[in-house]
Each structure stands twice: as structure tokens, then as C-alpha cells.
Design a protein around this ligand. Structure first.
Ligand code: ZN
Ligand code: ZN
Length: 298
């Protein structure tokens, strides 16, 4: 069974490539980044020197996998034409930036219907992605990963069926995958705390999406209760999920090669990331699968 890919979302302050140093500083071998300020529509020009640093640092620091997360402003499900257009252009730019860094996956919140209804919005999301795919054949190997959501308000992706419905509308299915966020899935109503519950969730994922559609996991404990639709991340083992839910995923051989990334609260010191990664490592049955930087000194 191959080794785990474990890490966290890291800040890009000082340049996108700086996230790699942060990831390595906590001993991880995988990372999630924003490729630009996630609370702004437009980003700066792509920095070729930073890409060069990224290319050389990744192997040097032992970072095996990186994923980007698209801007929180993007809403491809918006009924408002101007916002939909802006969102489509912004997501196309996210894909371009990820591609420039050779990042294979871009995690995207599917969107929100803001009153227009799920069916209409699902069509608009698929329509936006189809247009992006048609206009950017050169970025064909950069995959948009629709994230399962807690389902607050009119947010889409609140269950596996909705993710399936979006994917059904996408012509080039090679360019789309999913991201399973443990906090979101739990808040959406999928109980992964017991082995039986986790097995049931996996059966549902396989039935609706196929396990191969899952490109990345987000590892967050949940402040909100099961089915609460409240999206509040907390430290591993300190929320409503508890450590057992993470133990099931970590030791499931089907996730070999699929990264598990924290998006838990933290300070600039990254102490909390180190703490959460250490907790996850205590749950791994085969210590040989723990990333080298996180193994206990012999
Ligand atoms: Zn997200
Ligand atoms: Zn997430």
C-alpha cells in the first residue's frame, strides 16, 4: 500500500512558491494553495520567476502533490448574467494559473442558486464549465474538482446527487472530478464516524460518482452537528466527527495516491497544522505509510 499524501492549505504570502516552504516546515508532502488572492476577482500577472522557484522547490522539499482552490467569489450557478460571466472568466483564469504551476487539480465550490432553484443553477454551472473547456483545450490536463458542500442556504453540491447532476451536464468528463471535504460531508448529513457509516458513505460515493472521481480530500473536523448544514471547520478530534472518522479514511487502501489536506484554523506559526498532522499520523496503522517528514525519529 503506497504512502500517504498529507498536508494543509498554506498561505502564499511572499509568492505562491512560499507555500511549499511552509508545507515542508511542518513535515508534510502535499499542499493546497490559492494561486492568487482568493477574495479578489483579478490576480496579478503570472510570475514566471515564481513558477521557476516552484518547479525546483517541489522536488527539493519533498512535496509530491499540490492542488489549488479557486476564489470564494466565483458563483457559476448565479442567475445574474453579469456575475455568471465574471465568475466564468475568473474560473478560467484559475485554471490558467494552476496549469502554469503544473497543478493538476483546482477545487471549486459549485455555486449557489440564490433563489433561482437548484435545477436552473446546475445547468448554469455545467454550461460555464463546458464553455471554459471548449475555449481552453490547452489546459485539458487541469481538472476542476467540485467540492461537496455543507449545504448552507442556497449552496449547491449539498449532496452527492447534486454533484452527479452537475457532472451529467459536462461534456468533457475528463476535465471534472470531486473534492470530498469531511466537515462539509458530515454537515450535509453523511455520518462517517462509525466504520459502517463510513462504508455506507463510500458506497454512495461509488454509486453516484464512482470512487475514481474523487481527486482530493479536505480533512476538517466539524463544529456543526451531523446534517446541520453548518460549515465550520475545527481541529481533528475536537469536533463532532472525532478521530475515528479520519482513521477510516486514512487506513482505506482505496485512497492511496489521493491527498488529504487540512483546512483547519491556525496562526502564522503553523503550530496547529503540526498538531493536527501529528494527530492524523497516530491513526495510521502502517507507520511506513506516514510521510517521511512526519515520522517519529527512530
Ligand atoms: Zn472549499
Ligand atoms: Zn474544503
Amino acid at each position: 500500500m503506497t504512502g500517504l499524501l498529507l498536508g494543509a492549505h498554506m498561505s502564499i504570502a511572499g509568492g505562491v512558491s512560499q507555500a511549499l516552504d511552509r508545507a515542508a516546515s511542518v513535515g508534510s508532502n502535499a499542499v493546497q494553495v490559492f494561486t492568487k488572492n482568493n477574495r479578489q476577482w483579478a490576480g496579478p500577472p503570472i510570475d514566471e520567476q515564481d513558477i521557476e522557484r516552484w518547479r525546483t522547490k517541489m522536488p527539493a522539499l519533498g512535496i509530491v502533490y499540490a492542488v489549488s482552490h479557486a476564489s470564494y467569489l466565483i458563483n457559476l450557478g448565479s442567475p445574474n448574467d453579469a456575475l455568471w460571466e465574471k465568475s466564468r472568466i475568473a474560473h478560467q483564469d484559475e485554471i490558467r494559473r494552476a496549469h502554469a504551476y503544473a497543478i493538476p487539480h483546482v477545487v471549486l465550490h459549485p455555486g449557489a442558486h440564490t433563489g433561482s432553484g437548484a435545477t436552473t443553477a446546475i445547468d448554469r454551472i455545467a454550461g460555464a464549465l463546458n464553455r471554459i473547456h471548449a475555449e481552453t483545450p490547452e489546459y485539458g490536463d487541469t481538472i476542476t474538482c467540485l467540492e461537496i458542500m455543507a449545504g448552507q442556504g442556497t449552496v449547491l453540491g449539498r449532496n452527492l446527487e447534486q454533484l452527479r447532476a452537475i457532472i451529467d451536464g459536462i461534456e468533457d468528463k475528463e476535465r471534472v472530478g470531486v473534492c470530498l471535504d469531511t466537515c462539509h460531508a458530515f454537515a450535509a448529513g453523511y455520518d462517517i464516524r462509525s466504520q459502517a457509516g463510513y462504508a455506507g458513505f463510500m458506497a454512495e460515493v461509488d454509486r453516484w460518482l464512482g470512487l475514481e472521481a474523487v481527486k482530493v480530500w479536505h480533512f476538517n473536523d466539524s463544529k456543526g452537528a451531523l446534517g446541520s448544514h453548518v460549515d465550520r471547520h475545527t481541529h481533528i478530534g475536537e469536533g463532532e466527527i472525532g478521530v475515528e472518522g479520519f482513521r477510516h479514511i486514512l487506513n482505506d487502501p482505496r485512497w492511496a495516491g489521493i491527498a488529504m489536506l487540512l483546512e483547519t484554523p491556525k496562526e502564522d506559526t503553523l503550530e496547529e497544522d503540526a498538531m493536527n498532522l501529528a494527530r492524523l499520523c497516530t491513526l495510521v496503522e502502517d507507520p511506513a505509510r506516514i510521510p517521511p517528514g512526519l515520522r517519529a525519529p527512530a
